[in-house]
Ligand binder design. Structure first.
Ligand code: PLP
Length: 365
């Protein structure tokens, strides 16, 4: 049987969460702390290829302490949402892009690439079996977390020959109730996220591990999030720890830093580029420096800035601070109009409340 047509074995949970308990959790699920009853696992070994695809009750992993991932961090992940449709069904947004990016990340980390169809099917199966966990509340969704670890038991430094792919799901509420409040960013000038030739374009846990100390610094400085600069000239804006960034000018045109190996190719970023062009806005993928950002914010040439990613969709940036007294406000410091319009346009497509001209929404059931 070929890899991509694996049949999933099903083991239904014998003790799913009682309906009343689940309902209580879904009232205010927050982000990433309420988990569903089931999970998916698929195994890979060099001899057998991808095999043993299962949907089964969510349970702890048993791992040998010499499992490669625990030592050399050969791990990648994805994040995407399944939405409840108005008629009680479910859909996913551009999951094919996540499947493709997962392959790209696997390649960069020298891991076995998972066939894209298997990625998609694993997500669909989990959404189907845990359908009751998709919040019906406005802004709620089922956040899917596909990930893969090197599971070979070996301390030698080389790519593993066994991998374990899994998908777990978490019921999430609206990231922000009402409109997203704007955030203050801290410019990290002595820590970097990613350099040329590194793993910046791969969605791997290691990138996040490296971003935690600068993020901690941002919090200690009274800011919400850290924003990173390029490693060579230390002036070009790259992205946040887990979100891409856009700049909105006074003529409505937008700039976002170009992909090129050090920035994660966000699917929200790509979708917003397309939606903005659909609306006749000029969008440029080009480098933008921290000095220019400050000058344009102060002169009024720059009207808005926002960060974007699957979890929070669009987050307005109200203020930017850094070492040596760097401190400037964007617009009036609150959410901007174009940011709000783009957010609404994107969310309406994702949730099936607007036409889907690009075929981004897949109906699961
Ligand atoms: C996941 C991620 C993003 C956003 O990507 P989306 O596909 O839009 O969710 C941006 N930057 C980093 C570093 C990320 O890990």
């Amino acid at each position: 049987m070929s890899d991509s047509s694996l049949t999933f074995a099903f083991e239904q949970s014998a003790s799913p969460m009682p309906v009343s308990e689940r309902a209580a959790l879904l009232e205010n699920p927050g982000f990433g702390r309420v988990f569903t009853d089931h999970m998916v696992t698929i195994r890979y070994s060099e001899g057998q290829g991808w095999h043993d695809a299962r949907v089964h009750p969510r349970r702890p992993l048993e791992m040998d302490p010499a499992s490669a991932v625990l030592h050399y961090a050969q791990e990648i992940f994805e994040g995407l949402k399944a939405y409840r449709t108005a008629d009680g069904g479910a859909s996913m947004f551009r999951a094919d892009m996540n499947a493709k990016r997962f392959r790209d990340s696997a390649e960069r980390l020298a891991m076995a690439p998972l066939p894209e169809e298997l990625f998609l099917e694993s997500c669909r199966q989990l959404v189907k079996i845990d359908r009751d966990w998709i919040p019906a509340s406005e802004g709620g969704a089922l956040y899917l977390r596909p990930f893969m670890i090197a599971s070979s038991v070996f301390l030698g430094v080389k790519p593993a020959d066994e991998y374990l792919y899994m998908v777990i799901a978490s019921s999430v509420g609206a990231y922000f109730k009402g409109g997203a409040p704007s955030v203050t960013l801290w410019v990290s000038d002595h820590f970097n996220r990613a350099g040329p030739g590194g793993t910046g374009a791969a969605k791997c846990g290691g990138n996040y591990a490296a971003s935690l100390l600068p993020q901690k610094e941002a919090i200690a400085e009274g800011c919400d999030q850290v924003i990173f600069l390029d490693t060579i000239e230390k002036k070009w804006i790259e992205e946040l720890g887990g979100m891409n960034v856009f700049f909105v000018m006074d003529d409505g045109s937008m700039i976002t830093p170009p992909l090129g190996g050090t920035i994660l190719p966000g699917i929200t970023r790509d979708s917003l580029l397309t939606l903005a062009r659909d609306r006749g806005l000029t969008v440029r993928e080009e480098r933008y420096s921290i000095d220019q950002w400050q000058a344009d914010a102060n002169s009024g040439k720059l009207r808005e800035s926002f960060a974007c990613g699957t979890a929070a969709v669009l987050t307005p940036i109200g203020r930017v601070r850094g070492h040596n007294g760097l401190d400037f406000t964007i617009g009036n410091g609150g959410p901007g109009i174009q940011t709000e319009q783009l957010r609404t346009a994107l969310v309406d497509i994702q949730r099936g409340n607007a036409p889907d001209p690009h075929g981004w929404v897949e109906r699961i059931f």
